[in-house]
Design a protein around this ligand. Structure first.
Ligand code: ATP
Length: 359
C-alpha cells in the first residue's frame, strides 16, 4: 500500500500554445484508497493516469509514490499494475500464460509463479480456467484475466483505464462490484478512470471530477453528489437543475434566495461563497428533491409539464417554469395518474437539499 501525490501536474502535447491536456492538477491519494478520475471524453483523465504509470512525463509538476519522486522514472520501475479498456491480453497464450507474463519478466521461479497464478485466478473467481485459451472466454472473463495479470505481480498500485467499457450494462455492474471486492481484499491503492458517473459513485472512496484538463472537485461520492462545487459537477453527477436565483439574504453557510413567484427559500452554501443580498446565486436542486404539488397550492413554483419519462423507479417530468427558470427536471416516485404533458403543476423544493454552486 502506498500513497500517491500529484503536485501542480500539467501536460502539454505541443509547444504551440494549444490548451494543456492536463492543467495544474493537485491530488493526494491515500494508501489503499480507491480513487476515481471522472469526466467527459477529452477532459484529461487518461493522460493523468498515463503520467502516474510513467507512459507520459509531465510538462510540469511532480508525482510522488510514498514520498519518493517518480516524475521521470521509467514505467517498469514504478511497480504499478495496469488494466486497460481493451484488456490487452495475448490472444495466442492460455489464461495462465497471460497471468504469468509479469512474473516471467521478473524471473520468478516456475513453482512460485504457478502458485501465484493460481492464487490470482482464484482471487478473480477463475479457478480452473488456467489452460483455457483467451478467445474461449467472455468479455467479462477476459477482463478478470487482465485484472489477475495486474494483481499477480503484487503491484504497489493498480491503475485501471475504463476497464468496463467493452462490457454490456449488466456485466458492467457485476464486474464493478467484483473489482471493488478484489481491490478491498488486496488493499492495493487504485486509480480508476471512467466517464460513467454511476460507476464512479458506486465504486469509489473519492472522486476527482475533471473538465478541460482541470480538477473541478475532489470528494466522496456523497460530497460530490450533495455538495457539488460547480454547476458542471452538479450537472455531470446524476442530473441536476441549476437555477439562477436572486439572493435575498446570506450568511457563512446559508444563502436565502427568491423563487419565481413562490417566496424565498434557504439553500446550503460552501464557506467562502462570497454572495450578498442582490447578487444572483446558482442553486443546484436534484430532480428527486423537488416534490409535485397542485398548481394552485400556496408557495409553489408554477409550471407546465413538457415531457414525461417513466424509468421504473421514478417518473421524470420536465416542467417549464417560465422565462426566469427555464425547464426543470423532477424525479417523482409517485405521480398521480392524471398528470400528463401540457398540464399545469406546482413544484416544491426541499430546502435542506439545495446547494449553492460556482459557475
Ligand atoms: P477519453 O475518455 O475520451 O479517453 P480523456 O478524459 O481520457 O478522454 P485524454 O485522453 O487524457 O482525455 O485527452 C485529453 C486531451 O489531450 C484531449 O484533448 C486529447 O485530444 C489530447 N491528447 C491525448 N493524448 C494525446 C497525444 N498523444 N497527443 C496529442 N494530444 C493528445
Amino acid at each position: 500500500m502506498i500513497d500517491v501525490e500529484l503536485e501542480s501536474v500539467s501536460k502539454r502535447f505541443s509547444r504551440s500554445g494549444e490548451a494543456a491536456a492536463v492543467d495544474d492538477v493537485n491530488l493526494t491519494i491515500g494508501a489503499g484508497e480507491f480513487f476515481t478520475l471522472l469526466g467527459p471524453s477529452g477532459c484529461g483523465k487518461t493522460t493523468t493516469l498515463r503520467m502516474v504509470a510513467g507512459f507520459y512525463f509531465p510538462t510540469q509538476g511532480h508525482i510522488r509514490f510514498g514520498g519518493q519522486d517518480v516524475t521521470r522514472l521509467a514505467p517498469n520501475k514504478r511497480d504499478t499494475g495496469m488494466v486497460f479498456q481493451n484488456y490487452a491480453l495475448f490472444p495466442h497464450m492460455t489464461v495462465a500464460q497471460n497471468v504469468a507474463y509479469g512474473l516471467k519478466v521478473r524471473r520468478v521461479s516456475r513453482a512460485e509463479s504457478s502458485r501465484r497464478v493460481n492464487e490470482a485466478l482464484a482471487q478473480v473467481h477463475l479457478d480452473g480456467y488456467g489452460s483455457r485459451r483467451i478467445e474461449q472466454l467472455s468479455g467479462g472473463q477476459q477482463q478478470r484475466v487482465a485484472l489477475a495479470r495486474a494483481l499477480v505481480i503484487r503491484p504497489r498500485m493498480l491503475l485501471l483505464d475504463e476497464p468496463l467499457s467493452n462490457l454490456d450494462a449488466k456485466l458492467r455492474e457485476e464486474t464493478r462490484t467484483e473489482i471493488r471486492r478484489i481491490q478491498r481484499d488486496a488493499g492495493t491503492t487504485s486509480i480508476y478512470v471512467t466517464h460513467d458517473q454511476a460507476e464512479a459513485m458506486a465504486m469509489s472512496d473519492r472522486i476527482a471530477v475533471m473538465q478541460a484538463g482541470r480538477v473541478q472537485q475532489i470528494g466522496s461520492p456523497r460530497e460530490v453528489y450533495h455538495q457539488p462545487a460547480t454547476a458542471f459537477v452538479a450537472r455531470f453527477i446524476g442530473r441536476s437543475n441549476v437555477l439562477s436565483l436572486p439572493v435575498t439574504a446570506a450568511d457563512t453557510t446559508t444563502v436565502e434566495v427568491a423563487l419565481p413567484g413562490a417566496g424565498t427559500i434557504a439553500s446550503g452554501a460552501p464557506e467562502g461563497h462570497g454572495l450578498r443580498t442582490g447578487d444572483t446565486a446558482l442553486v443546484s436542486a436534484r430532480p428527486e428533491h423537488i416534490a409535485l404539488a397542485g398548481p394552485d397550492d400556496p408557495g409553489v413554483i408554477r409550471g407546465r409539464v413538457t415531457a414525461l419519462e417513466f424509468t421504473g423507479m421514478a417518473t421524470h417530468l420536465t416542467v417549464d417554469i417560465g422565462a426566469e427558470g427555464g425547464e426543470v427536471t423532477v424525479a417523482a416516485v409517485d405521480v398521480p395518474g392524471r398528470v400528463d404533458v401540457g398540464d399545469r403543476i406546482g413544484l416544491r423544493l426541499t430546502a435542506e437539499r439545495l446547494w449553492v454552486v460556482r459557475p
